[in-house]
Design a protein around this ligand. Structure first.
Ligand SMILES: Cc1cc2nc3c(=O)[nH]c(=O)nc-3n(C[C@H](O)[C@H](O)[C@H](O)COP(=O)(O)OP(=O)(O)OC[C@H]3O[C@@H](n4cnc5c(N)ncnc54)[C@H](O)[C@@H]3O)c2cc1C
Length: 344
């Protein structure tokens, strides 16, 4: 679909009476085609808005074979959910571009990798986040398979089995206390983080074993995790390990536009995803690390709802400026002279 320097709107046959000027701009450009971005595009496409979605890579959970916790879709392949979503939005005339967005200029001009540009009245940024993992051999390789993060997404599948929690993050102890919900056999690997007295008491009270010592590697065999090996040589047999990653939002497009961050480093939005910059919305993991797939999809839909109202308000203002009231119009219009009805 790419090629031209400025890409015109794909479907010019669409009834565009509700947009102020057919200047080739999209009503909305959505950056990111995960659950959040596609959900926003679906609602906007159904609202007969001219929408482009640009996506330049993989959704965060693409490494996982199955997705859980999405009512009516529990256990489907993550990729299948997104493929269905893409087909649904395309059915409403939404244009999909496979490309990265490098920059968004105020106003808005969306600059794609390779030089093409899209003009837009409004922007939805749904670019997700990046999980930074500890540099322990085996963690990256097994990520999304038997090295897991979200208990609500994957702990049920390893319930009652030997679980490990890697003590590589300040929130790892809380993570272990939580995971005890799913298995009676949880080992907390202290690694290079010191536990304070309260943390030790909490773990002991929950029946969680603490393995002291630095982790050397995860042991795998026949494409399955077998255990966690410490530097001193002991191997703890484990079926799955959980690790709390550092979550880094893909929010440069937002901060470059002037969107502010909160004290925890996440871009500020209101309940509809509206940022502090007029015309810019942000939804899903890019602003909310706790958003599951269904939450991200809900945020996308809520943003689309609010954003369409914002566009309608602008459309009404513009229409009123261009509107000639009928009384005034009739004074200037040529008078129509009634004709007698012929009696012939
Ligand atoms: C291993 C793993 C398993 C998970 N399993 C589950 C599960 O079972 N159930 C569940 O509910 N949640 C699960 N999650 C969480 C889930 O991944 C997120 O809830 C979900 O991906 C958030 O959707 P999103 O649309 O905000 O972001 P994403 O799905 O990450 O989508 C963002 C999209 O934006 C694109 N993008 C980024 N930057 C740009 C750019 N500059 N230009 C163009 N495109 C860009 C990316 O390529 C990506 O396609 C899991 C997470 C992980 C890490």
């Amino acid at each position: 679909m790419l090629g031209a320097e400025v890409i015109a709107v794909g479907d010019m046959t669409k009834d565009v009476w509700n947009t102020p000027a057919d200047d080739g701009a999209y009503d909305v450009v959505v950056v990111g085609a995960g659950a959040a971005g596609l959900s926003a595009a679906l609602v906007l496409g159904r609202a007969r808005r001219r929408v482009a979605v640009v996506d330049g890579g993989e959704a965060r959970n693409a490494v996982a074979a199955h997705m859980h916790g999405f009512l009516s879709r529990d256990g489907v392949a993550a990729a299948d959910l997104l493929a269905v979503g893409r087909a649904e939005v395309a059915g409403y005339g939404v244009d999909l571009f496979e490309s990265r967005v490098d920059q968004i200029d105020p106003g808005f001009l969306v600059r794609l990798d390779g030089g093409a540009t899209l003009r837009a009245r409004r922007i939805v940024v749904a670019t997700g986040l990046r999980d930074e993992l500890p540099a322990i051999p085996g963690v990256r390789e097994r990520w999304g398979t038997d090295v897991l993060f979200c208990p609500y997404c994957h702990a049920y599948e390893v319930r009652d089995r030997p679980i490990g929690v890697l003590g590589t993050h300040p929130r790892a102890v809380q993570h272990a206390l939580l995971l005890r919900q799913w298995s009676h056999d949880v080992v907390y690997f202290a690694h290079d983080r010191d536990l304070d007295a309260r943390e030790r008491r909490q773990l002991a009270a929950r029946g969680i074993t603490v393995a002291e010592g630095t982790i050397k590697r995860l042991v795998t065999e026949d494409d399955r995790l077998r255990g966690v090996e410490l530097v001193e040589g002991h191997v703890f047999p484990r079926s799955a390990v959980f690790v709390f990653p550092d979550m880094v939002p893909h929010d440069t497009l937002l901060t470059d536009l002037g969107c502010g961050r909160d004290d925890d480093g996440w871009v500020n939005t209101d309940a509809t995803g509206r940022t502090g910059v007029s015309g810019v919305w942000a939804v899903g993991n890019v602003t909310d690390p706790r958003a599951l797939v269904i939450t991200a999809a809900g945020q996308g839909a809520a943003a689309a709802f609010a954003l369409d109202h914002d566009l309608v308000a602008e459309d009404v203002e513009r229409a009123m400026r261009n509107h000639v009231p009928s009384a005034q119009a009739s004074r200037h219009a040529p008078r129509s002279v009634p004709q007698p009805v012929s009696s012939d």
